[in-house]
Design a protein around this ligand. Structure first.
Ligand code: KIV
Length: 280
């Protein structure tokens, strides 16, 4: 049985913190799912960490569907949430089509949209149609060209706006809200005012849950680690060492060995060579 949005909301009521991680493929989804992660986010951050773009803006709905399908196939118990990418929810009709495809074609259980008051009519309609929606406030990467990649809500008027946006998303039916790059005090104030859980990234420990990008947590970057992330393992280093050992074994002829190879009866090969000679 998969985790449901009600299970997630109950965790807030019970005071249980909620971990969430991004996942972009079958293998990582399987690892995270088996590790008991209750929510997997197929984030459009895949445009940066998987595809190497400098922002999430080039990511298309078809690309999200491809990755979301893999994550759904790789998981059994986690609630899978798929990001609606840039410009795929500019009108209610477009949002219904995009979110509908995420649920019907990829099999995710919920979608995530970025923005506050501007997207609440969209959130409300999707929820009315039975599509669970997660909101996303603070630094919203799809607006990077407008707001820059920086902490949002430091001034009284921007902080007030963020609180109002969070309340509006809750009233529209969002089941949870990601708070990205906001001052910890503000995230705490938002969390205290909402019935639905907040999931922070760079928003301090006062949120109901936390989300991290897979590549940051796994240490897959050698030269960059955002301030808000913690490397739980240095996989880039481990992978580099594994690759060097593999290349060295190939160069020295010590891999593969007989154990890694299939065999055939000698007489079958001799017969094949004889047949070959006969046809020449
Ligand atoms: O795309 C993403 O990975 C996200 C998280 C950073 C919350 O939106």
């Amino acid at each position: 049985m998969r985790t449901t949005i009600l299970d997630i909301q109950k965790r807030k009521l019970n005071g249980e913190r909620i971990p969430m991680i991004t996942a972009y493929d079958y293998t990582s989804a399987q690892i995270a799912d088996r590790a008991g992660m209750p929510m997997l986010l197929v984030g459009d951050s895949l445009g940066m960490v998987v595809a190497g773009y400098t922002s999430t803006l080039p990511v298309t709905l078809d690309e999200m569907l491809y990755h979301a399908r893999a994550v759904v196939r790789g998981s059994q118990q986690a609630l899978v949430i798929g990001d609606l990418p840039f410009l795929t929810y500019t009108t209610i009709d477009q949002a219904i089509t995009s979110a509908g495809r995420m649920l019907q074609e990829a099999g995710v259980q919920a979608v995530k949209v970025e923005g506050g008051a501007a997207v609440t009519p969209i959130v409300q309609r999707l929820v009315e149609l039975g599509i669970p929606v997660m909101g996303h406030l603070g630094f919203t990467p799809q607006s990077v060209s407008q707001i820059g990649a920086r902490v949002q809500g430091r001034q009284a008027h921007t902080a007030r706006q963020l609180i109002q946006d969070a309340l509006a998303l809750e009233a529209a039916g969002a089941f949870a809200i990601v708070l990205e790059l906001t001052p910890q005090q503000l995230a705490q104030a938002v969390t205290a005012r909402l019935r639905i859980p907040t999931i922070g990234i760079g928003a301090g420990a006062g949120c109901d849950g936390q989300v991290q990008v897979w590549h940051d947590l796994m240490g897959l970057y050698t030269d960059f680690s955002p301030r808000h992330s913690r490397r739980y393992v240095n996989l880039a280093e481990a992978m580099s060492q594994a690759l060097q050992s593999y290349a060295s074994d190939v160069r020295e002829g010590v891999f593969p060995t007989k154990e890694h190879s299939a065999s055939m009866k000698d007489e079958e090969l001799q017969e094949a060579l004889r047949l070959l000679d006969d046809t020449d």
